[in-house]
Structure formats: C-alpha cells, structure tokens
Write a protein that binds this ligand. Sequence first.
Ligand code: GN1
Ligand code: MG
Length: 350
Amino acid sequence: MGLSPESLIPGIISHYGLSAGNFSIERLGSGHIHYTYKLNAKKSYVLQRVNKNVFKEPEVIASNLRVAADYLGKNFTDFLFLSAIETLEGKEMVYDAEGFPWRLFPFFDNTFTVDKVSTKEEAFSAAAEFARLSRYLKDVDTSRFSPTIPGFHDLSLRYRQFETALKNATPERIQRAQEAIAQAKAFSHLVTEYETLISSGSLKLRITHNDTKINNVLFNANTGKALCAIDLDTLMPGYFIYDIGDMIRTFVSPVDEEEKDVSKITVRQDIYRALVDGYLSQMNDCLTPEEKKAIPFSGMMMTYIMALRMLADFLNGDIYYHIKYEGQNLVRATNQLRLLQELKTVNGNQ
Ligand code: GN1
Ligand code: MG
C-alpha cells in the first residue's frame, strides 16, 4: 500500500505556493473516479487526484482543455470555463511519487451542485449550459482534440466488455447478478441500433462534454441558474446523443442512480421536456432533423451503456468505480436497468 492520498496534500499544494496549515480540508464525495478535496479558507480551492488507471494519459486531458480554453477565450467573452490553476512552475498538474497527477481549481463561492433535479427550470438551465459548451465549440477543429478515454461511449465495445466480464466472473457474482444479466442481455438490440445509427453517418462529430450528469453542473446560489459545466475530463470529440442522452439518464428520475428502491424510479415527462427544450435552446440550429430524431434513442442508449459498465464492474470485482459498500455496483446497474425499462415504456407510448 502506498501513502494515503490525504497525507500527500501538503507537499502537493506547496507547488502552488499554498500551505496546508491555512486550510481545513474535507473530502468531496459524489464523484466515482477521482479523489476530490475541498480546501476551506477565506479563498477556497478544490484539489483533485486524477485516477490514472482510468485516465491513462492525463496529459491528453490537459491538452484538450488548453485547446478549448484558448478557443473560447479568443471567441467569447461570456463563457466561464473551468481551468486548472497553474503551479508556480507554470504546470497544470503535479505528479506525486506514485505517478498520480493532481490538479487545483478555484472554488466558486455561492454555488452548489445537486444529485437530483427538482424543477423544470433547473433541468432547462442545466441542459442549456451543457449545450452552450457544444455550441460555442461548434466551429473548433475537432482534430485538435484527442480522446481521453478511447471508445468511451462506444456501445458495441461496452457490450463486448460486459461479455468478457461475464466470462471471467466468479460463479458467486454471476449468481447474485443473474436477474440484471438477463435484463441487460434482453436490451442488446440497442447495440445493433447504435451501430446502424453511427454507420449511417447522420450524426456529426462535435466536441461534447460526455459526462453530463446533473452533478457535473455548477449552479449559482443567488439566481438558481446553471453557472458552468464542471468535470471536463471527457471533453473530447463525440456525438450529441452522448450529452443529451446522459442528461435524460440523470435528470428525469426523481431518484438518482444510487437508489436501491427501484419502485421510486419514474420518468418525469415535464422534466424530460424541459431538458430537451433547454438543450435545443442552444443547439437547435446546429442539429439536423435526423439528429433530432435520435433524441429518444439517446436516453435509452446512455442509460444502457451505464448499466452495462456498472454491471461489468460488479462482475469484475469492483475495480473501476469507487464503492462505499459491497454490492453497490450491482445496485447501480439494477437501478439503471429499471430506468431503461421506464424510458422504453415512455418512448413506446409517444
Ligand atoms: C463517472 O466522474 P463521474 O463520477 O462524474 C464516469 C461516467 C459515468 C458516471 C456514473 C470517467 O463520472 O462515465 O456516467 O461515473 N466517468 C468516467 O455516475 O468513467
Ligand atoms: Mg467524471
């Protein structure tokens, strides 16, 4: 075992000219991938240890964000783009002795995040903010960006990874996940639909956020409106279905992906409409009619891909997502499969 990440904080922040003695430090808990801390003081910061097992080339994240920040800075004056603070040596990241990169961000006072959407206004505003990022980047040369995780939302790849996990899983895990496995297999027609949609060429490659879950947007506490998109590690070339689909996945239900009681999972149609309206308030003119037709599919596709990834992680012995209790990834997968069923019902009734 290496040193605990917390014990490394004083050394890391000294690269920014900061002293740990001036802060009270708390762990911020809802991300599944990195270790994130808040450094509390009059001027507060967010410090993050990047998960290098997930982001194998952290320099690619930094390079994409540099391209985006330069482009937005040159072309727009009204866009808040969250960039990492540079070290005293002018670097965007500090590597610790185990090779984990760390980054520091400013903390914005008077802001908040939510894990569930409460109102239509919240849904509209958050969706419009994620969409604005894609709209402002619509003319940037996508070849200047590289994937930070190759094949991230490639449903065919994710299905194959699920099959591999199933092949290698212990009988005990397979037994516990039996029902979820059967449900996941029953939706495999979505993989074919995805392949057909992608190979039709009707979706334009754009710069997308790719992780538009509701807790990746910062709200202004005074206005209640979305202030900016955060968690930009997966800002990279993608299709708009990934962004609007992940919003459908994480906005429409009154409970989040951690909910164990699946009977509480429903599709709030007013929230659904508000998020689509919010997204289109920015992106309507950028999307073709064929792209817009893919919106109902997008929500199902992104819910399915998360169900497969969570289920595969459970079968693999919980090696990817952080868990707080045994069986959490199976709970998440079961939750997502129920949401998928609900979305199917709603789409079928339209
Ligand atoms: C992860 O980093 P975080 O917690 O916002 C994951 C997303 C999943 C999400 C599920 C890099 O997002 O793809 O949708 O968990 N990010 C990565 O909650 O795998
Ligand atoms: Mg993330």
